[in-house]
Structures are given as C-alpha cells and as structure tokens.
Design a binder for this molecule. Structure first.
Ligand code: CTP
Ligand code: CA
Length: 228
C-alpha cells in the first residue's frame, strides 16, 4: 500500500538505485557471484517512491518483486550494470549504489561449457578487475556540479568505521552507508552506519524497509538546495 501520509521529501527527484549482486560468466553454465539478496536496494527503491521520487532500479540477478511504481532494468555482469547506470545517471538527481558489484571477472568467458577431461586436472581461471562503477559516476561532471547526489554502500568484515570513512573519500561520495554485520546478506533486518563529512550516525537494527525510509530522509536532508 502506498503510504499517503509519508512526507514527500524526494518530490521531483529522479532516483537511480543499483541493487543485488552481479554475475560474471565463466562459461555458459557457470559464473562468479555473491550472496547479496538485493533486499536493501529494493527497500530503498520502495521508500524513495513513497517519498515522491521517480525511481529506477537497476538490478542484478535476484528473485524479488519490483516495488510498485518503480521502473526496473535487469542486468547481469558488472560491465552490463556499468553501461546501464552510466546512461541512466545522465538524467538522475540521486544515485544510490547498493549493488554488490563483483570486484573481478574471469578474463575470458569460455564460449562452450568447460568439460572435465577425466585426468583430475582442474581449470585455471584468470581474473581482471571490474571498473568501479560508483567512483566513475561520483567523479563525473554531473556529480561534481551538484546535479547528482551519490550515495555508496560499504561491505566490510572488520573495522567498519575506519574503512567506511576511507572508502567514502576514495569514492568521492558525500554519504556512505556501512552495513553493520556480521551476516546481513539475505536477512530482513539490518543496522546501518552512515558516514559523511560531519562524522558518523547509527541507524539501529530494524527491518530493512524501516532503515530504507530513514536513509531516504537522511539523503533528502543532505541534498543541495534547489537553485533559484
Ligand atoms: N562498487 C561499484 N563498482 C565496483 C565495486 C563497488 O560501484 N566495481 C560500489 C558498491 O556498489 C558500493 C561501493 O562501491 O556502493 C563500495 O563497495 P565495496 O565492495 O564495499 O568496496 P570496494 O571499493 O569494492 O572495495 P573492497 O571490496 O575491496 O572493500
Ligand atoms: Ca568490493
């Protein structure tokens, strides 16, 4: 149900959200991926729509229904996701990078299924690093000119605050959201740590939709005022 009573803090904004994992093919039937369920990104899409924004979700392979009123484009690989986000970010005013982008992809996907040869030998895989999609968009002209507000996420297994602040600066984003682990993947609850230039702020453990609504309010609060 649409929350008619929710404040329309993102009215008039075009919000672009990436969500879920990416899938990097090894051969036609195998690939490299990760445990991201996409739940947090999808919850943010719903919350941003409730807040009055025009919302587009770019989703890696996940089995989640599209939130009502939200536009969705399905992608598979990191390169695929990057191409789509680079285009759509040209018309967005907010970009929230919630996707768990694979850091590496196999150097070359085999055209045919790799077969066992019976000798017990295992295949050797070589990897190349994927491009940093968020850093590319956050250091682009639109973001630098304050036309696009970029929000990153951080998946860390230790020392969240220090890593999150360093990552925020490295990516060039005004706001970075850390998942307070240990096992948020696939869960319906989470706790978040928000870091910005001012410092840090905790969003205590709650259902992901509740956190998404709080995050949307925090984003709206930090957006540059519209030019007269
Ligand atoms: N991200 C991205 N493109 C990549 C890797 C990450 O856009 N190739 C984005 C994620 O969507 C997230 C942020 O960057 O918003 C941080 O992702 P994370 O995996 O925590 O950081 P990395 O920079 O990949 O560093 P590492 O995994 O080594 O900690
Ligand atoms: Ca990573």
């Amino acid at each position: 149900m649409v929350r008619f009573f929710s404040p329309k803090v993102l009215e008039g904004q075009h919000v672009l959200i990436s969500a879920g994992p990416t899938y990097e093919a090894i051969d036609p039937v195998r690939g490299l991926t990760n445990l991201s369920s996409g739940k947090m990104g999808f919850a943010i899409a719903r919350a941003a729509h409730e807040a009055g924004a025009h919302v587009t979700l770019v989703a890696g392979p996940v089995s989640l229904p599209t939130p009502r009123g939200v536009g969705r484009i399905n992608v598979r690989s990191a390169l695929n996701m990057q191409k789509t986000l680079n285009v759509l970010s040209q018309n967005a005013t907010v970009f929230i990078s919630a996707a768990a982008v694979a850091d590496w992809r196999p150097m070359q996907a085999a055209e045919q299924k790799i077969k066992k040869d019976g000798s017990g030998q295992v295949p050797t895989l070589s990897f190349v690093e994927n491009p940093d999609i968020l850093a590319g968009i956050a250091t682009g002209v639109r973001a630098l000119n304050n036309h696009l507000f970029c929000v990153g996420f951080a998946a860390e297994s230790e020392d969240l605050l220090a890593h999150a602040q360093a990552k925020r600066k490295r990516k060039g984003v005004p706001l970075l959201v850390g998942n307070i682990g240990p096992d948020t993947f696939g869960q319906d609850d989470n706790a978040l740590l928000l870091v910005d230039e001012q410092g840090e702020m905790d969003l205590p453990r709650a259902p992901k939709l509740t956190l998404a609504r709080q995050l949307v309010a925090e984003i709206a609060r930090r957006m540059p005022a519209p030019k007269p």
